[in-house]
Design a protein around this ligand. Structure first.
Ligand SMILES: Nc1nc2c(ncn2[C@@H]2O[C@H](COP(=O)(O)OP(=O)(O)OP(=O)(O)O)[C@@H](O)[C@H]2O)c(=O)[nH]1
Ligand SMILES: [Mg+2]
Length: 686
């Protein structure tokens, strides 16, 4: 199956709003092409693409799957991606290594948020694409309404090349407007166009021919001169328009009923570019992109676009070859790491199935196990002709939860399991919060982290709970005070004696705490001062309000007394700590909380809702920057209020918003919130 050349391959990514039927469509494509003999069902978890137990459990796609099928003269590598936005990294990877896209749209739901998102990604990547209006068999399915919707929201370049015969219960097949033939049923039996459709067919055909001829001067001249254009001319005209991004053909069918899927594969062959027809970018020395014509005879250039951690096989690496050939049992150069990498047995993938191959050539996609230094985004090449391909841009993690192992055994394996997971998923990040001592797992949303937790259990046998991260509160004082503490005990032999007088003063926010020694005349001998400081520092570590670290306080030891026999370091440490606690209680202590700068980008219509919501979160608005229909809203807000902002924003904007946040400074917690935090902390410590 790896004998297909640059001109006989199609790499295309399937995109859509979640659940529009990408996986069902891929399955039907594999079945029709003979790649599989049993048609699996998304609902039963029996598709080739959704083989992962997590996908079966959640009934959604989670991973990108590579699904090659042979159709007529070509090898079509379908990259089925998840529609759920938490897993957008898979979409980004799929987009990066494809020359074309198929956007599936549900005929009943029409254009949805995910449709517009998919469209925007294709525009951004300049990716030629087809639209497949799926689920024509469903209740409420309406092709014409969906097309109007598409044209209104994605532009008039969406042009139907087919019309459905019947709809909903009565959906039977499609009419192809270029060939003027009808195809009905799963077997796509050729027949006559139903006479009732004739007028509609004529009118849509006219629009299609215009679109096909419009961007080719010779065709346009012929067309305007009233000459009949041949089917071949029309197909080639349309192909150029699709490749140049001027036209997006709209097809129709039902993945579930397997109607129109073969015609979709025909359209992929006819209209979408092969790897040979699309130049690719390499990075020059100063990081600028340079476009290159792909060639099988050039030195190797392959991009790693996905890495998975298999508990048995180990690391599995997916790559796309742009130039040259990669061979099994060879050595390549990883230009990102600047190191050689050993390549073992290569294979092509179809879902979880692997087929061993001797080599993978330019234009194609393959896999290899157990690479040691290579990760997603790296380029594999020849050491004497090193190249770098632009890496894949993944979104930054925006949602965090704290990871708690369930048992001691889980704790021992936690670190390595987490880092293996994070290696697999570019949008997962693991870090330790030194303030709260928690291990924090960050990603794009709640579902992604939940799936990650399940995977930890399944793949590495580590059970964890995910909890809302703790807020690293602090404490400080708001008044100056003096405090005295005498530690004195007479027990049996020699006693204990330490006596310290401290002055506590508030320092400006963010300056931290300072210890000053102003004792004169040896009232406390010099050798005991470090012990006093130790005691103060210990007390600073747990403030008097809720045992959060105290900060921004100047502590001056200015007097005290000692006993020549009974005094010791430990006694002065106790006295220092005691004096500090007493002083802090007197100096009107308050709770401080971290404030973050948040920057929220949303379509302008959502501005009011975003600000309304931020107001309920104690935010201080800093500014707004409307541009191009989007508005960037900047605010400062307490971290405690936005620990789950990724979820709130998604629900306010149906996923159309994005945000970033970073720590700014600490501020005092309002009285009412403060009481709550202190009470919660008391129960927690108890
Ligand atoms: N009636 C009808 N249902 C369909 C059709 N295609 C898919 N479905 C159903 O729609 C649901 C989602 O299908 P999937 O194929 O998993 O959709 P998807 O786009 O891959 O979903 P995600 O990958 O999770 O975004 C399943 O219940 C399918 O049976 C269709 O043509 N007609
Ligand atoms: Mg799917």
């Amino acid at each position: 199956m790896n004998q297909y050349g640059l001109d006989n391959i199609r790499n295309l990514v399937f995109l859509s709003h979640n659940g529009a039927g990408k996986t069902s469509l891929s399955e039907a494509a594999l079945f029709n092409s003979g790649a599989i003999t049993r048609l699996g069902k998304a609902d039963d978890g029996t598709t080739t693409s959704d083989y992962d137990p997590a996908e079966e459990k959640h009934h959604i796609s989670i991973n990108l799957s590579v699904l090659p099928c042979l159709w007529k003269d070509n090898k079509i590598n379908i990259l089925d991606t998840p529609g759920y936005s938490d897993f957008v990294a898979e979409v980004k990877a799929g987009l990066r290594v494809s020359e074309g896209a198929v956007i599936a749209v549900c005929a009943a739901s029409g254009v949805e948020v995910g449709t517009e998102q998919a469209w925007a990604y294709c525009e951004e990547a300049n990716l030629p694409r087809l639209i497949f209006v799926n689920k024509m068999d469903r209740e409420n399915a309406d092709f014409y309404r969906t097309v109007e919707d598409l044209q209104a929201r994605c532009g008039s370049k969406c042009v139907p090349v087919q019309l459905p015969i019947g709809a909903q219960n009565d959906f039977q097949g499609v009419v192809e407007l270029l060939t003027m033939k009808s195809y009905t049923g799963t077997k796509a039996e050729e027949g006559e166009i139903p006479s009732a459709m004739q007028n509609q067919v004529d009118s849509f055909r006219e629009k299609l021919i215009e679109a096909a001829a419009e961007f080719d001067d010779t065709l346009l001249e012929k067309y305007l001169g009233g000459e009949e254009l041949s089917i071949e001319e029309l197909v080639s005209g349309l192909r150029q328009s699709v490749i140049n991004g001027k036209v997006v053909p709209v097809l129709v069918g039902s993945a579930l009923k397997n109607i129109g899927v073969g015609l979709l594969l025909d359209a992929i062959n006819s209209y979408l570019p092969s790897p040979g027809e699309r130049d690719f970018a390499i990075l020059g020395n100063s990081g600028e992109e340079e476009m290159i014509k792909p060639s099988k005879d050039a030195p190797l250039a392959a991009l790693v676009f996905k890495t998975t951690a298999d508990p048995y096989v180990g690391k599995l690496t997916y790559f796309r070859v742009y130039n040259g050939i990669i061979n099994s049992n060879s050595q390549v150069w990883n230009s990102k790491e600047g190191e050689a990498e050993r390549i073992g047995q290569l294979f092509t993938l179809r879902g979880k199935n692997q087929e061993q191959v001797a080599q993978i050539a330019a234009g194609d996609i393959g896999g290899v196990a157990k690479l040691s230094i290579t990760s997603t985004g790296d380029t594999l090449c020849n050491q004497d002709k090193p190249v770098k391909l632009p890496a894949i841009s993944f979104p930054e993690p925006v949602f965090s939860e704290a990871v708690y192992p369930k048992t001691k055994a889980d704790l021992d394996k936690l670190g390595s399991a987490l880092s293996r997971l994070a290696e697999e998923e570019p949008t997962l990040l693991v870090r330790r919060d030194t303030d709260t001592g928690e291990t924090i797992l960050s990603g794009l949303g709640e579902t992604q982290l939940e799936v990650a937790a399940e995977e930890m259990q399944r793949k590495f046998g580590v059970s964890i709970n995910l909890e809302i991260p703790k807020v690293p509160y602090r404490e400080t004082i708001t008044a100056s005070t003096q405090a005295e503490y005498k530690h004195k005990k007479q027990t049996g032999g020699h006693g204990q004696y330490g006596h310290v007088m401290l002055e506590l003063e508030p320092l400006p926010s963010g300056s931290g705490s300072k210890f000053v020694d102003k004792v004169v005349g040896g009232r406390i001998p010099k050798n005991y001062i470090p012990a006093v400081e130790k005691g103060v520092n210990e007390a600073l570590g747990e403030g008097v309000l809720a045992r959060y670290p105290a900060t921004d306080i100047r502590v001056t030891v200015y007097d005290g007394s000692f006993h020549p026999v009974d005094s010791s370091e430990i006694c002065f440490k106790i006295a220092g700590s005691g004096a500090f606690k007493k002083g802090m209680s007197q100096a009107r202590p308050i709770l401080l909380e971290p404030i973050v700068n948040i920057s929220v980008t949303v379509p302008e219509d959502y501005t009011g809702d975003i600000i309304g919501d931020l107001n309920t979160k104690r935010a201080q608005l800093q500014g707004m920057n409307p541009s191009n229909g989007l508005n960037v809203i900047q605010a400062q807000v307490p971290l405690a209020e936005v620990l789950r902002y990724a979820i709130d924003l998604k629900s306010i904007t149906q996923g159309k918003g994005s945000f970033t946040m970073e720590f700014s400074h600490y501020e005092s917690v309002p009285q009412i919130n403060s009481q709550k935090v202190i009470a919660e902390r008391q129960t927690e410590k108890a």
